[in-house]
Design a binder for this molecule. Structure first.
Ligand code: UDP
Length: 342
């Protein structure tokens, strides 16, 4: 069965492609390589021994997308293709709306015209904003997103709700908490393009000496050690949740279905705890300094992911330190690769 994976060479996309291939699905990747590199495709093949179909183009090109649907018998889609830098989305909002929503609508139009169903959307815990109570379950009230990035996730969810209702299709909205880590093979991970915005890639580069010091954005929050708390979920666990969510859609009868799942570990860790866990896991030092708060950061967010466990039989239980060990392996792989390609 062929599954379209947009953004399939990106960070979460590439790990999900591996899990799909390992579970017997055939995969068709569309990725414009705007935030990744072609070698990821070879590495997917090395890991799985299988080669996905690959089309390098921008999903705003409806004409090219149509050709992909004509060439393959696509039975579902996992849509990862999107811009994801929160800060950047505030500076170039129109590009974020155009890229994240036009692409989504183009794929959905193809789905509608061809009578296709089974669509999985990468959403985010950002749709909840700073929730009043922890842990956050799927019924926690949403707050208007502060960033344009967050708004594209909220709007994307609404577009999919309408798509499912009006055309009687099945969709799954997956709200990720904070994905971290790399593939245990050491051959897939988050590619460091530019200065990292997210915590773990910055920690990784600081430990490697690429950055002088980690800036910890505030230690005066109302948390046990004063630094913000998040739910860090191992990317391979996250990838497996996509296969489980897809399987559930495929196994259920026809008609409207909107599944919504929080994907997290259920455990919160502070910034300082992540730094300490990284140091312990890898036997390295991560120099840091405490800075002013970063605009838009919330104090605390961690998931209640019981619904995913109940309905998908899925649970993320990879310990933080183990996930952080794979990050260091990935850094070593990148260094080796850089030496070989110079
Ligand atoms: N953070 C930090 N220094 C960095 C990057 C992030 O102190 O260089 C903190 C940030 O303030 C937040 C946490 O790490 O509390 C996670 O940030 P990230 O950007 O990875 O994810 P977010 O939850 O903000 O989407």
């Amino acid at each position: 069965m062929e599954i379209l994976v947009t953004g399939g060479l990106g960070y979460i996309g590439s790990h999900t492609v591996v899990e799909l291939l390992n579970n017997g699905f055939d995969v068709v990747i569309v990725d414009d390589l705007s935030n990744t590199e072609r070698f990821v495709l070879n590495n997917i093949e090395e890991i799985t021994g299988r080669k996905p179909a690959f089309y390098p183009f921008d999903l705003k090109r409806r004409d090219l997308l149509r050709q992909v649907f004509e060439a393959h018998n696509i039975q579902g889609c996992i849509n990862f293709a999107a811009y994801k830098a929160v800060g950047e989305s505030q500076v170039i909002p129109l590009d974020y709306y155009e890229n994240n929503l036009f692409s989504l609508i183009n794929i959905l139009q193809e789905f509608r015209e061809r009578g296709l169903s089974n669509f999985i959307f990468s959403s985010s815990c950002t749709v909840y904003g700073q929730a009043d109570h922890m842990p956050i379950d799927e019924n926690t009230p949403q707050k208007p997103a502060e960033s344009t990035y967050g708004k594209t996730k909220q709007m994307g969810e609404e577009i999919l709700q309408d798509f499912a209702r009006a055309y009687h299709r099945k969709v799954s909205l997956l709200r990720y908490f904070n994905p971290i880590g790399a593939h245990p093979s050491g051959k897939l991970g988050e590619l460091p393009i530019g200065v990292p915005n997210n915590l773990v890639p910055y920690v990784m580069q600081t430990a490697a000496g690429i950055r002088e010091k980690l800036n910890i954005w505030g230690n005066d929050y109302d948390t046990p050690d004063g630094t913000p708390v998040r739910d860090y979920i191992y990317v391979v666990d996250l990838a497996k949740a996509h296969v489980a969510a897809l399987q559930k859609l495929l196994d259920s009868g026809e008609g409207t279905q909107v599944d919504i799942y929080n994907l997290g570990t259920g455990k919160g860790s502070s910034v300082l705890e992540v730094v300490q866990a990284f140091e312990k896991a890898n036997g390295v030092k991560v120099p840091y300094q405490i800075c002013e708060r970063r605009a838009g950061d919330i104090t605390i967010a961690y998931a209640n992911a019981d619904k995913a466990e109940r309905e998908l039989g899925w649970k993320s239980d990879t310990p933080l330190e183990e996930a952080l060990r794979t990050v260091w392996q990935w850094q070593k792989y990148l260094e080796k690769r850089k030496k070989e390609t110079v």
